[in-house]
Design a protein around this ligand. Structure first.
Ligand code: HEC
Length: 485
């Protein structure tokens, strides 16, 4: 599914994948501002620890944080390079990942796969040093860094050349879904939207009209910003021809499933259209492509492992395709789910085999069930209206009623009931810093997403509220409860 994202919770890079297996989900892309990007690529960061040029005053007094990535379970270390990082910021950041703080100590440089430089060249530069020795993990780390952390990946020799290089990684900022309306291809039937057009959301959970091919009607490059895309091997399939392919009714059903997937954004990664190789299961896999799924993947299709965290459109807003009642988007969810249940039965599996499975979504799932705690370090909305958060510049800022759910991915999980105010930085915009926003006043260049028009409801003194600030979709940097006034 959508899967993997890489998130960093304020920092930690994570990879989110749709799949459970993956550990994470995608969603989050992070952001990076263009300024920082160009800055970083120009300066290429300081490799072992030195402060960047913007940080000469701290000289070698670099602070670091060693921790285990909750997404990859691998060792990582953050170096707080930018001049704006104060000791309380660093301490708060490190506590958030249960890390071991190293004040005045740079990260170790032994067994490094690469360094992910985020907000390079700015006062908030932070470098993630990724440890390991296995070149097979390089491309996922690179992808996660660039797409979800919005960083610049600087491989060590272990990773040099191991990764595909940045091509189709698209932008590093999560591009919000947009509806793309175009005339049908010349040899295809008239479209179902106004003027005979075909309208398709550019989002991982989206589908074009039944019988059409998603990449003909929407951009997979947009999709690649919405979760990590990388090549992943298929499940090991039996060598023998699948005997079910001799059964015409099975084959007809398989063809229907294939065409439903072809109409959905899933094909962007789960077919040979994917620019750097297919992601686990793919529709051209030899013999019977169903065999390219792991059992867990089939269980997503069977609705035996929940995948709500990846998000879904209302079918009426998605060309009739339903991903609420079927993990694989379908115009006939019951039929789709049954097909996947039958696949698992064929493998000798039943619902009972998955009852203890963690829902899909990785970080997106974890974020969905997160319980915010009290704000610290002055975070919250001051009585003068100023919004204060920690973790660096942000693309999304929310003030919600206490007890609201956690915002995660569009289209249906990014505006929880209880949202009082939400502002977004557009894809090309520069992230906004703590202290630059006053409650209810949308800074120039940003857009107010909630309320749709007019001022937000006034905050009431003595009431508790939830401040949620993210570096990008799926990359929260401050999530805490404050009392106004
Ligand atoms: C941007 C790329 C991308 C898109 C789009 C995408 N996926 Fe995936 N998906 C992946 C990757 C990468 C993996 C492999 C994760 C891994 O195993 O590391 C994956 C794995 C999976 C798995 C296997 C999970 C498991 O644990 O066995 C399922 C099922 C899945 N995706 C379903 C979907 C569905 C359904 C859609 C469309 C609604 C979709 N994906 C869209 C990239 C994508």
């Amino acid at each position: 599914m959508f899967d993997s994202i890489k998130l960093r919770s304020r920092g930690s890079l994570v990879v989110l994948l749709l799949g459970p297996a993956c550990t994470s989900d995608p969603a989050g892309a992070e952001l990076d501002d263009e300024a920082s990007e160009s800055g970083e690529s120009g300066e290429s960061g300081s490799e072992s620890g030195g402060g960047s040029e913007s940080d000469t005053s701290s000289g070698s007094e670099l602070d670091s944080c060693n921790y285990t990535s909750p997404f990859t379970n691998g060792a990582e270390c953050r170096e707080y390079i930018g001049a704006a990082w104060t000791e309380p910021d660093v301490t708060a950041d490190c506590t958030q990942v249960s890390g071991e703080l190293g004040l005045g100590e740079p990260c170790s440089i032994a067994d490094v796969l690469g360094r992910c430089v985020v907000d390079g060249g700015t006062d908030w530069q932070i470098d993630y040093v990724i440890y390991g020795t296995d070149p097979a993990s390089c491309s996922a780390q690179e992808f996660g860094c660039e797409t979800f952390a919005g960083g610049t990946w600087k491989p060590t020799p272990t990773c040099e050349g191991a990764s595909g290089d940045g091509d189709g990684d698209g932008g590093s900022v999560f591009i919000q879904p947009t509806l793309n309306c175009v005339d049908p291809l010349p040899n295809e039937p008239i479209g179902q939207s106004e003027g005979g057009q075909v309208c398709t959301w550019q989002a991982i959970a989206a589908s074009t009209e039944e019988g059409r091919y998603y990449p003909d009607y929407a951009s997979c490059d947009v999709i690649y910003t919405q979760r990590p895309y990388y090549a992943a091997p298929p499940a090991v399939a039996p060598v023998e021809p699948d005997p079910r392919l001799d059964d015409p009714s099975y084959v007809a059903e398989l063809e229907w499933v294939t065409s439903q997937v072809e109409a959905s954004a899933c094909v962007c990664c789960h077919s040979e259209v994917a620019p750097k190789g297919t992601s686990n299961w793919y529709i051209e896999a030899p013999n019977n492509w169903m065999n390219s799924f792991y059992d867990t993947g089939l269980a997503l299709g069977a609705n035996w492992i929940d995948s709500t965290a990846f998000g879904a459109f209302a079918p009426e807003d998605n060309n009739g395709f339903d991903r609420i009642h079927s993990g694989i988007p379908s115009t006939d969810p019951d039929r789709m789910v049954q097909f996947f249940r039958d696949e698992l039965s064929y493998r000798g599996k039943s619902e009972a085999d998955f009852v203890d499975s963690t829902p899909f979504g990785g970080p997106l799932y974890t974020q969905m069930i997160y319980e915010p705690t009290a704000c610290e370090n002055g975070e919250g909305v001051g009585f003068d209206g100023s919004l204060i958060w920690t973790g660096g510049p942000a693309r999304y800022v929310y003030v919600l009623a206490a007890g609201s759910g956690n915002p995660t991915v569009p289209p249906n999980l990014d505006l929880p009931a209880g949202t009082i105010w939400r502002i977004d930085v557009p894809t090309e915009g520069t992230p906004v810093a703590s202290g630059e926003v006053d409650f209810g006043t949308t800074p120039a260049g940003l857009s107010q997403r909630f309320p749709v028009a007019g001022a937000p409801a006034a905050l009431v003194a003595g009431q508790q509220y939830y401040l949620y600030v993210s570096k990008d979709v799926g990359v929260p940097i401050t999530r805490c409860l404050f009392t106004y006034g």
